[in-house]
Design a binder for this molecule. Structure first.
Ligand code: HEC
Length: 147
């Protein structure tokens, strides 16, 4: 009996998978369009740039994912923001703030430093930016791309 209960409890974990996706606009559309063939576990934990997600979503549409243009746009917007990776050498301050989850002054400081000193090569370079918390950067390094 105890095993049966444990088994049922384990099974009931599966629908809860989508809870691993952060809340935000577009999440419901991702759950609707992207779960059918492989479940959301394929997506949770990945990080890609916006253009990376665009090509993934195009690829999925070619494989048979069904949705309207608006729905696919909402999926890309959600993935780019919540499972995103931002190119700190290209993005504006707002995008850096949203995707890398930094404060507005930190993001602005990054853009200002880039404008004055040129592109960042790596995380060590990014550490030179004044008024950006190094620990925050390190914790979020999987959200940051340099090209
Ligand atoms: C019609 C079925 C179907 C739907 C719906 C679908 N996919 Fe896929 N997806 C696949 C198949 C098949 C693979 C395996 C392809 C492979 O092994 O390379 C896959 C693999 C993936 C992968 C792993 C491959 C990679 O690009 O790294 C990701 C990520 C992914 N899908 C994201 C999505 C997203 C986001 C959506 C919603 C827009 C979605 N999928 C909807 C069929 C689907």
């Amino acid at each position: 009996m105890r095993y049966a209960i444990a088994f049922i409890a384990a099974l009931s974990c599966f629908p809860a998978q989508s809870q691993d996706l952060p809340d935000g606009p577009g999440k419901a559309v991702v759950e609707k369009i992207c779960a059918d063939c492989h479940g959301l576990a394929t997506i949770v934990g990945l990080r890609r740039t916006k253009s990376g997600w665009e090509s993934t979503v195009d690829d999925m549409a070619a494989r048979g994912a069904k949705g309207s243009d608006e729905e696919f746009d909402a999926v890309v917007a959600y993935l780019a923001r919540y499972l995103g990776k931002v190119n700190v050498n290209k993005a504006g301050a707002k995008e850096i703030q949203d995707v890398a989850d930094l404060t507005a002054p930190e993001a602005e400081s990054i853009v200002r430093y880039r404008t004055q000193n040129g592109d960042f090569k790596d995380l060590a370079d990014l550490h030179k930016v004044p008024d950006v918390d190094a620990k925050r950067l390190d914790e979020r390094k999987d959200r940051i791309a340099f090209k």
